[in-house]
Ligand binder design. Structure first.
Ligand code: EPU
Length: 428
């Protein structure tokens, strides 16, 4: 799982299109990471298929390895061997690379009764607190102490209870669900997050012998069991990777197939795209999509699933920058998730932000320049913008894109996009 130091690599994008052909959509990053964490629950050999070859997975593998789990990869299959004895400590040098490292808390508490996890800190789009994870785990018997940048958690007896989340947090829902699998009695999580990745994790836990029901709805019930076993699982398709190709189709035009993608998991996004001029439908092999007309402006507001995903918003902002008309985009999840807008404006986009709103007046064309990928999704959005820009757009800091996308450049090129990765000589 060694990956080259790509910190100085760059991606060059030139206007291209129409796109044509089909592309395979990989397993969802945000499911794979949690499935890996769930392997901490019990000793044994786990097989997880359809795991994308991305930096965040490598970082999660490092977090688990430092605890004693051995992990090998065969193409997109991960084999994890969780020994009987592990060290339930995740040091900062491992967690700082990955916000999702907090997903180890629930499984470690359930299996070991204690855990020390260094807090990963903020993100480029704002602070990422874990107060809801803590409140939910406290409700089923866990105790927490925060000091010196780390959280020390312990529990004598996990006892199921009613947990009402203040907000349908993805990470909190997952942590509580995982911990509750080995609790005494039943745990009911109300106002739970409903993302397909949560249902995927519940499916994996049930393969392990857990009794989780209702995942994918806002009430999840976990009947605690005394024993779990190792299991095999195939990761659900990455709806955000799929959305990224739909965004490139929107600016470049053409007709593509997203193999393995699930249209139902993108229903509201696809409805918005339809309003903008991108047609999509479910196809026997995944999702079919076509765009043959100029994009139209729409208003967009991010919401927890099944609402419009915050992770798709930068992609939509890039598309709306060249759409016909005025759009209002509202971010309801991460307050500071508009930082990439400055670079879009440098490319000629007409965008004004105020608080968690952006007003976008579509322009005919952007113009290519050098921009940065500030995080995974905004990085991908820069590539989308580059496809709608005259001249060359050079995207720096592509290591952020590598955290969440397996070979974005190769896949786009296979659809006919004029996108190439320029390796930094010092990284090879
Ligand atoms: N929040 C709190 N307290 C908590 C937990 C969350 O205030 O204890 C707040 C967050 O700060 C945020 C909101 O609640 O404002 C939603 O956070 P949530 O817990 O739902 O998100 P997450 O679990 O931290 C996952 C994805 C993100 C995705 C969000 C929302 C993973 C690894 N990450 O994060 O994905 O944006 O859900 O859908 O699953 C990405 O893939 O690039 C990415 C950032």
């Amino acid at each position: 799982m060694a990956v080259l130091d790509a910190s100085q690599d760059r991606i060059e994008v030139r206007p291209s299109g129409p796109l044509e052909g089909s592309v395979i959509i990989g397993g969802a990053k945000n499911s794979a990471l949690k499935l890996m964490a769930a392997c901490l629950l019990v000793e044994g050999t786990f097989v997880i298929r359809n795991v994308p070859q991305i930096q965040d997975v490598a970082a999660m593998a490092d977090v688990l390895r430092v605890m004693g789990v051995s992990i090998t990869r065969d193409a997109n299959t991960l084999i994890l061997q969780r020994p009987a004895v592990i060290e339930p400590v995740a040091p900062y040098e491992f967690t700082e690379k990955l916000r999702a490292s907090t997903a180890v808390l629930g499984p470690l508490l359930a299996s070991m009764g204690h855990a020390t996890v260094a807090l990963p800190g903020g993100d480029n789009f704002g602070v990422r607190p874990i107060d809801m994870h803590v409140a939910g785990l406290e409700a089923i018997g866990c105790r927490f102490e925060f000091s010196a940048g780390q959280v020390q958690a312990s529990v004598d007896n996990l006892v199921g209870d009613h947990v009402l989340l203040e907000f349908p947090s993805v990470g909190a829902t997952e942590n509580i669900m995982m911990a509750a699998t080995l609790a005494k009695g039943s745990t009911v999580i109300d106002n739970a997050a409903r993302e397909p990745e949560i249902a995927d994790l519940a499916g994996f836990l049930n393969q392990m012998g857990a009794q989780v029901s209702g995942a994918g709805t806002s009430t999840i019930t976990v009947e605690g069991t005394q024993e779990l076993y190792s299991a095999e699982h195939t990761v659900v398709a990455d709806r955000i990777e799929a959305a990224t190709f739909l965004a490139t189709l929107g600016v470049a035009g053409g007709e593509i197939i997203l193999e393995g993608a699930n249209h139902d998991h993108m229903a509201i996004l696809c409805r918005k795209l339809e309003e903008m001029g991108v047609r999509t439908s479910s196809d026997p092999s995944g999702v079919w999509a076509m765009c043959q007309e100029p994009l139209r402006a729409v208003d967009v507001s991010t919401l927890p699933y099944p609402g419009l995903p915050t992770d798709c918003k930068p992609l939509l902002v890039a598309m709306l920058s060249v759409a016909d008309g005025v759009s209002i985009v509202t971010e309801n999840l991460f307050s500071e998730r508009f930082r990439y807008v400055d670079d879009l404006v440098r490319m000629g986009a007409d965008i004004r932000t105020e608080g968690h709103h952006a007003v976008i007046r579509g322009v005919d064309k952007l113009s290519g320049t050098t921009v940065r990928a500030p995080d995974i999704r905004a990085g991908a959005a820069m590539v989308v913008a580059g496809m709608a820009a005259e001249g060359v757009t050079t995207v720096l800091d592509v290591h952020h894109i590598d955290r969440g996308y397996e070979d974005l450049v190769g896949k786009l090129s296979s659809l006919g996009a004029d996108v190439r990765r320029i390796r930094d000589d010092r990284s090879v």
